[in-house]
Design a protein around this ligand. Structure first.
Ligand SMILES: [Mn+2]
Length: 190
């Protein structure tokens, strides 16, 4: 089991990841932002990660602090997890269609934090949608991943965000599949 905690004046977060069969963990999401929990559920399902995510945040302000801080702690958990796997496939690219929407995520466990999203009008997003992207950015940066997300087409915002989270989740799974060698010409990640 990997467990990380983070407590500030804005949020109090606990994340646990089941890494062994013997780990006693009841997967549960408790954040209090239903659409984010729906997205997180999709991401973790396709990443094949069993997690307990608890956040008590200042939702009376808005969801921003909670989502960004969960991204920070989850990124930390993911970095510890691939550190334990040690040798992994590293690169992945996954497409998720959802009716009219098509999204592609390309991910590299590079040790070089970078998050880029294209194909979506960032000025037209709702506050919650912006926070969803801040979550993904915080996750990528804190896990030290290079992530490029391209919204190839689509107009239904529920579809677009769900396809982003699904393809990101699929990429996490594929990149962390064990490999028989260290996938780096220089012999180390970063
Ligand atoms: Mn949905």
């Amino acid at each position: 089991m990997i467990e990380k905690k983070r407590k500030t004046k804005e949020t109090n977060i606990l994340i646990q990841l089941k890494t062994k069969k013997e780990d006693m963990l009841v997967p549960k999401l408790k954040v209090g932002v239903p659409f984010f929990e729906h997205m997180l559920n999709a991401l973790l399902f396709y990443a094949k990660l069993e997690m307990h995510i608890y956040c008590e945040g200042d939702l009376d302000v808005d969801a921003h602090h909670s989502l960004e801080d969960i991204g920070i702690v989850l990124g930390d958990v993911i970095q510890s997890y691939y550190g334990e796997i040690n040798k992994f496939k590293r690169f992945s690219s996954c497409y998720a269609p959802m009716d009219e929407t098509l999204v592609r995520t390309v991910l590299d466990i590079s040790g070089r934090p970078y998050f880029q999203i294209e194909g979506i009008d960032l000025y037209a997003l709702t506050s919650l949608e912006q926070s969803l992207l801040e979550f993904l950015r915080a996750l990528a940066i804190n896990a030290k991943l290079t992530v490029h997300v391209d919204v190839i087409r689509g107009f239904n915002r529920h579809h677009i965000f769900e396809a982003i989270f699904k393809s990101f989740g699929m990429c996490l799974y594929e990149s962390m599949v064990m490999s028989d060698e260290m996938m780096s010409t220089k012999g180390s990640i970063g």
